[in-house]
Every structure is written in structure tokens, then in C-alpha cells.
Design a protein around this ligand. Structure first.
Ligand SMILES: [Zn+2]
Length: 499
């Protein structure tokens, strides 16, 4: 079981992810086309489209400038697709299919990035908004999360158009502008618009998990993880009020002691461990590959359930896959050393496992605290856990086929629970088939560059992601024979600086 733990602990590090490839898929695109595509991503990075919870900090004009840049960079796309600006700054493109009876697919990505923290500015090897291409990497904020996918999707469409491809099935390209702060104003409004048009989607393809390298002991080939479910989230504020006064003659219970006891009881009463169908499928597929006692344990899960869950609970990454997690992320009380505080407050950040909701979570928390002096209140937006996407559909098969043709050395394609949250949550009413997968090969170190200093993407990883989206479009929206050329030699491209 340890192997499961090692492997699954990687899942936790995915959010948008990364590289380590030695071959490039060029899909017959010339070095010139490849260089131009890299230049487009490098340019897109120069727009400071940082999200911020404080709206006054957001430079909205940068989004408009990015829109204008995209218009010039993808001429065929802008000529042949319908473009609609949603809520001022998000983009929705419609590529009409030849068969109006086929439900459309949606390719989603986001144009916003997380801000560059002021105190880290000097730590970057390349300036975060310079869009430098150097040493085989495209550097900067958004290179991994998520501008590369915006550009890869648009470039794939541009190349397909130039090759004379016509989809049978309508395709939406949906690019939100506030994913990093919840996506309500972007993807949320795009979804509302599609609902108003009474659109039913066949499938949504968004960011999420990825291809993980060297994770199973004894198996060198990478494994592709597709996020077919995502956890929900809620923040609960715990508040205790007291009488205040001088601290020389204190009562036995104060707001701080009452709140501390409540937090301790929550610590002692975690949510129950259980395996949702998605995680069970993940484990079964991997156990099958690993053979021996692992396969035996999963084939007789009913018998070994307790043992399996106990093993998974030992590692915090795998523990996150089998239960609702709660952790205090905020604590506040007191103004002076010798004054009894009138109030003590904590906030619990809770990640909700599929099968539960805000009511069951609230019930568990109140029961565990078991003290009416502690007021519990929901803070901010509640995100329910996602519905579970099943794997017995043709769209799952098409995605798997696309992954296998672009990443031919993957040993397994596995559905898995995505512990984070993306724009996909806004599309759940439009389709049952939501896939959270970023076409990158990932190592643990690379994954840590997401939202971090020195965010960068391998040039070849980027080129491969373009080929991936071309293939995915063909496999879901009608195929027109086109040779995918796997080129073993890396393409040599010039470095770029955007001065
Ligand atoms: Zn993202």
C-alpha cells in the first residue's frame, strides 16, 4: 500500500503543472510555425492580467489589450469563429459545426493569473511579465497557469483552420478572466449565457490534473490522471463572545479558552474516511498495473477496506482524497495584554468530499464542537463538490485516445479526484461530462512552480499541448485524416525578449 501513497501524494501537487519532455510532437507544423506559436505565448505573458479579490487592484485595461493582441495573433480564428465578449473581459468563441444536431464541446482556460508578490519581484531569474524565452523555457507569470492553455487552444484552432478543417460538432472556446478568485464574473457568466441559449454540452475540457512521471516504483512510464471529480469548499467562522473586563480576576471560561477547546474537539473529530467511486477506480487501475498484493487488496476491497483506508490516511495528500478536510486558517482575539477580549474568532477552511454538502458539514462541525457558546457562520461562497463524471462514455474514450497519441509512453490513463477548484465548477449544469486535465508531463518540482517564483514552461511541452488540442478536437468533433508526426529531435528555437 505504500506505493499507493507515494503515487497519490503527487496528485496533491497538481494544479496546472509542467514539463520534462525530450521529444516534440510537431503535428507537421514547421519550425517557423512553432517559433511563431512560442512568440504568441511569450507576448500573452506580457499583459498584466492579475486577478485580485480587491477589484480596484485589477488592471482591466490589460485584459482589453490582451483581447486586441489575440485578434491580431489569430487572424483565421477571428475571421471564422464568432467572438462574444462576456461581462466585459471574458471571451467566448463559437466554432459552428456542420451538424447542428450534435451537442457542442467546450474547451475552457483562463486569461487571468495570480499576482506577483511585491517582495518576490527580485527573486525571479527572468522578469515575471517580460515573456522571456530562454534555455528552452517560456518564462513568466501565466506560463503554466493558464495562459499556455489559452494560447495552445487558440493556436490549435488556427492551425486546423489553415489546414481546412471543419468540425462536425460545434466547439466553444471559453476563456474566463477571474478563475483565480472564483470565476464567478467570468466562467460563471459564460455559463449563464450558454444556459440562456439553452445549450446542452457534450463535454467540457478544463485544466486540472496532468501526466505524472516516474511515480510508480518499478514502472518508468508516466501515468495520465484525468480529474473526473472535484472537491467542494466552504469557510466557516467560529465566534465566541465574552464580557471583557480586567484580566486580574478572570472567569474560568474566556472567549479564547472556549474557542481553543472547540478547535481541539474538531481536531479530535475528523470527518469519516471513505472512498468515492472515482478514487476506487483510480486505485483499482493502479493496483492492477502493480499486480501482487495490491491487485489482490483492491479486488477484495470489501475485505481490506479498513486497511486500505488506514494506509491512505497516513499521508496527508492521500488523506485528502478520502475525507472532507477542515483546517483553521484564521485566528483573532485580544487587543491588550491585561484586557479580557470580548470576542475570539477563527475561520475553518473546509474541502468537502463528494457525497457531502454544506448542511452535512455544518452538522458535523456543530456536533463536534458541542458548545452553544460557539457561533458557527458560513463566510463567503459555498462551492458544492462536483458531480462525478463517469468513464464509460465515448468522450472519455476520445480524451484517453488523444492522451495516448500525444503521450505514447503513458502506462495508464486513470480517472482521479481533483482536490482543487477550477472554472469547471461553473459548467456543471451544462453537461455531465467534465474533464479536468492539462496536457503536460509533470514532476513534483515542476509542479511547485505554479503560482510561484520562476513560473516557466518548457518550449517542447507547450508545442506538444498544441498538438494535443488539435488531436482532441479531431477526436471529439469529427476527424479529417491528418498525420501526427512524433519528432524525436527537439526543435531549436531562438530566444525571445519582448523589449
Ligand atoms: Zn489555473
Amino acid at each position: 500500500m505504500r506505493r499507493f501513497v507515494t503515487l497519490l501524494s503527487l496528485l496533491f501537487f497538481f494544479n496546472a503543472i509542467t514539463f520534462a519532455q525530450h521529444s516534440a510532437v510537431t503535428d507537421a507544423a514547421s519550425a517557423e510555425v512553432a517559433a511563431a506559436a512560442v512568440h504568441k505565448l511569450s507576448k500573452a505573458i506580457t499583459f498584466r492580467t492579475a486577478s485580485d479579490l480587491n477589484e480596484e487592484e485589477v488592471k482591466y485595461s490589460e485584459f482589453l489589450d490582451l483581447h486586441a493582441y489575440l485578434e491580431g495573433a489569430f487572424p483565421a480564428l477571428h475571421q471564422q469563429l464568432q467572438k462574444k465578449v462576456i461581462n466585459g473581459y471574458s471571451l467566448l468563441y463559437t466554432w459552428l459545426g456542420t451538424d447542428p444536431d450534435l451537442p457542442p464541446v467546450l474547451l475552457g482556460a483562463h486569461m487571468d493569473v495570480v499576482p506577483v508578490e511585491e517582495e518576490t519581484k527580485e527573486d525571479w531569474q527572468q522578469q515575471p511579465y517580460a515573456g522571456v524565452v530562454k534555455d528552452g523555457y517560456i518564462w513568466g507569470r501565466g506560463a503554466m497557469d493558464d495562459k499556455y492553455r489559452v494560447i495552445a487552444i487558440m493556436e490549435a484552432v488556427e492551425q486546423l483552420l489553415q489546414q481546412g478543417y471543419h468540425p462536425e460538432r460545434t466547439i466553444y472556446l471559453a476563456f474566463g478572466h477571474d478563475e483565480e478568485v472564483g470565476g464567478t464574473a467570468g466562467a460563471g457568466k459564460i455559463s449563464e449565457y450558454l444556459q440562456e441559449q439553452e445549450v446542452r454540452l457534450e463535454a467540457v475540457f478544463d485544466e486540472g490534473l496532468a501526466v505524472a512521471k516516474s511515480v510508480l516504483p518499478g514502472i518508468d512510464e508516466p501515468i495520465a490522471f484525468i480529474g473526473t471529480a472535484a472537491k467542494g469548499g466552504i469557510n466557516l467562522e467560529l465566534k465566541v463572545k465574552g464580557e471583557g473586563g480586567h484580566s486580574s480576576a478572570p472567569p474560568r471560561d474566556t472567549p479564547i479558552s472556549i474557542l481553543s477547546a472547540a478547535l481541539n474537539r474538531l481536531y479530535d473529530n475528523p470527518f469519516e474516511a471513505r472512498m468515492i467511486p472515482t478514487t476506487k477506480e483510480t486505485m483499482e487501475l493502479m493496483a492492477d498495473k502493480m499486480g501482487g498484493k495490491y491487485r489482490f487488496a483492491m479486488r477484495h476491497y470489501g475485505l481490506f477496506k479498513g486497511k486500505v483506508l488506514k494506509m491512505l490516511a497516513k499521508d496527508r495528500a492521500t488523506d485528502a482524497l478520502i475525507r472532507t478536510q477542515m483546517t483553521p486558517t484564521f485566528l483573532e482575539s485580544g487587543d491588550a495584554y491585561n484586557v479580557m477580549p470580548r470576542v475570539a474568532t477563527a475561520v475553518l477552511n473546509i474541502r468537502i468530499l463528494n457525497g457531502e454538502d454544506q448542511h452535512t458539514v455544518l452538522k458535523h462541525v456543530k456536533k463536534a464542537i458541542n458548545d452553544e457558546r460557539v457561533q458557527v457562520e458560513v463566510k463567503g461562497v459555498y462551492t458544492p463538490p462536483s458531480p462525478i463524471t463517469t468513464t464509460d462514455t465515448w468522450t472519455y474514450a476520445a480524451l484517453e485516445k488523444s492522451i495516448r497519441s500525444i503521450f505514447p509512453d503513458v502506462a495508464l490513463v486513470v480517472p482521479a479526484l481533483f482536490p482543487g477548484s477550477t472554472d469547471a465548477k461553473h459548467y456543471t449544469s451544462l453537461t455531465k461530462n467534465i474533464y479536468r486535465f492539462a496536457p503536460q508531463v509533470v514532476t513534483r518540482e515542476d509542479a511547485q512552480l505554479v503560482h510561484n517564483v520562476d513560473e516557466r514552461l518548457g518550449v517542447e511541452v507547450f508545442l506538444k499541448s498544441i498538438a494535443f488540442y488539435k488531436t482532441l478536437v479531431r477526436n471529439t468533433c469529427g476527424d479529417l485524416p491528418l498525420q501526427v508526426v512524433l519528432q524525436e529531435e527537439p526543435i531549436l528555437l531562438p530566444d525571445v525578449t519582448n523589449d
